[in-house]
Design a protein around this ligand. Structure first.
Ligand code: SAH
Length: 248
């Protein structure tokens, strides 16, 4: 392969995450997030995935395409896991802003799905923005990839700090409109995302700020955080809020 051959996406991610704010920091944290990788020709062929059903998970190798391709990089970054206060080296981090903005996520796959749009690989629990270009897919190989005695540095698992999430009456009504049959698993999706406190680490320096918003699918989800309790206030189509003040 010549050195200057540009990398060519094999497909694009379709995910509930239509905005960067609110996306979990790693895959596997929000299991209600389901989507797919829509494959492009000439890669959209079943034979290219022969044997994939024997594996439960795949590595998705992708481009951090939003804001990261032209932003440049810095030798140090301030990871949200450290509250945005401490810096570590970019190569000691999983930060999106890198010399070559390439990401890796191990996600559960749901098999090939054929529709009128073509061939796709179903995925679950991704940390990927809708529209993310995918460079490669490889099976996750537990005997080599799962290193159980590995040290985790500053990237300790979340969990103990999960916030309680409640829905206002208005949000319950909105939810019934936005996901009447429950196919999108919207309630669980919102609960799992907000339980992890998706605010950037530095937000605890602004304790007066109590109103937030995240975007999922075509919906704006307004929520408040007070005394460690998350309360979802509204779930409205983006267009309905376009003329009003932004909650973000
Ligand atoms: N598991 C990956 C990603 C970790 S960083 C890795 O370790 O390489 C996760 C963050 O990447 C998310 O919080 C989201 O804000 C950001 N992100 C996801 N998809 C992106 C995209 N296409 N462009 C830019 N940032 C993206």
């Amino acid at each position: 392969m010549p050195d200057d051959r540009p990398l060519d996406p094999i497909g694009y991610v379709r995910s509930p995450y239509t905005d960067k704010f609110g996306i979990p920091r790693q895959p596997g944290l929000v299991t209600a997030a389901e989507g797919r990788i829509e494959l492009l020709p000439p890669y959209a062929r079943e034979e290219a995935f022969k044997g994939i059903d024997g594996f439960s998970h795949v590595w998705v190798i992708f481009l951090f395409h939003q804001d990261c391709l032209t932003a440049g990089w810095s030798p140090t970054v301030r990871p949200p896991r450290l509250g945005g206060r401490e810096s570590v080296g970019v190569f000691a981090s999983r930060a999106p802003y890198r010399p070559n903005p390439i990401g890796i996520s191990a996600v559960e796959h749901l098999g090939l799905q054929r529709s009128e749009k073509g061939l796709a690989l179903g995925i679950r629990g991704m940390d990927l923005l809708d529209g993310t270009p995918v460079l490669d897919i490889k099976p996750y190989v537990p005997y080599a990839d799962a290193i159980t005695q590995a040290r985790d540095g500053f990237a300790t698992p979340p969990g103990a700090t999960a916030l309680a999430v409640a829905f206002s009456d208005a949000a319950e009504t909105d939810l019934a409109c936005a996901d009447p049959g429950g196919e999108r698993r919207l309630r669980t999706l919102i609960e799992q995302i907000l339980a992890q406190d998706p605010r950037p680490g530095y937000m605890d320096r602004y304790p007066a700020r109590k109103l937030f918003g995240i975007r999922l699918f075509e919906l704006d989800i307004g929520w408040t955080l007070e005394d460690g309790q998350v309360r979802v206030t509204r779930i409205l189509p983006v267009a309905a809020l376009a003329s009003g003040p932004s909650a973000r």
